[in-house]
Design a protein around this ligand. Structure first.
Ligand code: TXA
Ligand code: MG
Length: 332
């Protein structure tokens, strides 16, 4: 299959790209689209044949459910059955964080195909704030199921070129909307009465959520509620070690790369074959936004080993450390 890459820079490009995306989607085919978090591989969420092509292109196991992206707030009660006990909390979260990088796991409505929810009684929903994503989904007029546009278990794409290297030849269309803003996937919470279970850390931080409900953290599970909870995920091909406190590593400088947190005098750039700094000034937002691109660059540098430095584990740092730990976990 030939994969088209379409731009959105000028108004004329955008108009032509929106037409193309809407027509591919109406055809039951998947389209890679930018969101404010990472690029997603979108298909008509209400058509199992369309959704099955997403699983196929990603080589994603069918037990791993997809996030349903809504064209508008009105769609929420068509895809979810929200019990009265959680209605108020859901409304408050939506008013505060939508459109944006917060995914809610709610009891599903029967209209959502089993394939999308992997047979679970719940459905994950969010509304993207990315202008290109919004334009496409508004034009399409129906919910889009969209996992990150990478092959299963690999690093999520934060630029159109990353999607190309993951999925070229497997999907008909990639829409280029530039680099994504947040750089890590949305925060996922399961909403219970007065309580939020955080299934995946993301751009909406624990600190922000804590003011709305009691939080329960459940990010690494033996039998995960969300495969993003699997221990190895978001993984480069090259072996990666996270330099958590107390860890000592012997390495061969000529074949080792360093993923540094910020500028520091304690180690020297020339001691490594490749060197990337997440944020020279120590800004967690910048670190999250560039994390996956820098992991990809090191992964492509022909190294034997990547040594990653930890970042402070608060705010966005919780999501970054979660991704680093999963990238460093032994591959299954
Ligand atoms: O930022 C994002 O969320 C991106 C963009 C494209 O929207 N999407 C994304 O999708 O990261 P994906 O499929 O790569 O990760 C979604 C995670 C998976 O780990 C999946 O298991 C979990 O959400 N998930 C989906 N439905 C669920 C459900 N009903 N209950 C629990 N977890 C669910
Ligand atoms: Mg993913």
């Amino acid at each position: 299959m030939e994969t088209q890459l379409l731009a959105t820079k000028t108004p004329a490009q955008l108009a032509a790209t929106l037409d193309a995306a809407a027509s591919v989607l109406a055809d039951g085919q998947p389209v890679a689209l930018p969101t404010e978090t990472v690029y997603g591989l979108a298909a008509d969420a209400l058509r199992p044949d369309a959704v099955s092509r997403v699983f196929e292109a990603k080589e994603r196991p069918l037990f791993d459910p997809l996030i349903v992206h809504l064209p508008s707030r009105e769609w929420l009660d068509r895809v979810a059955e929200i019990p009265v006990e959680i209605r108020e909390l859901v409304e408050v979260l939506i008013a505060k964080f939508w459109p944006g990088p917060l995914t809610l796991v709610l009891p599903r409505h029967g209209i959502v195909p089993d394939l999308v929810t992997a047979g679970l009684e719940t459905v994950a929903v969010r509304m993207s704030s990315h202008p290109v994503f919004r334009a496409v989904i508004e034009r399409f007029g129906k919910p889009l199921a969209a996992p990150s546009a990478n092959r299963f278990g690999r690093i999520s794409p934060t630029a159109a070129a990353h999607v190309q290297s993951e999925l070229a030849g497997r999907i008909p269309l990639i829409v280029d909307g530039g680099a994504t803003e947040h750089g890590v996937e949305s925060t996922i919470v399961k909403v219970d009465a007065g309580k939020l279970k955080v299934l995946r850390a993301g751009p909406v931080t624990m600190e922000e959520l804590a003011s709305f409900a009691e939080l329960e953290r459940s990010m690494v599970a033996a039998r995960p509620d969300a495969p993003g909870q699997l221990k190895s995920h978001y993984a480069p091909r090259t072996q990666m070690i996270l330099l958590e406190p107390g860890i000592k590593v012997h390495y061969v400088p000529e074949t080792t790369g360093r993923l540094a947190w910020r500028d520091s005098n304690e180690r020297r750039v020339d001691d490594f074959a490749a060197f990337e700094v997440l944020s020279p000034t120590g800004d967690l937002r910048e670190a999250a936004a560039t994390l996956f691109a820098k992991m990809r660059r090191l992964d492509a540098a022909g190294l034997q080993l990547i040594l990653a430095e930890p970042v402070p584990e608060h705010g966005l740092g919780i999501a970054i450390m979660d991704r680093l730990r999963k990238a460093a976990a032994p591959h299954v």
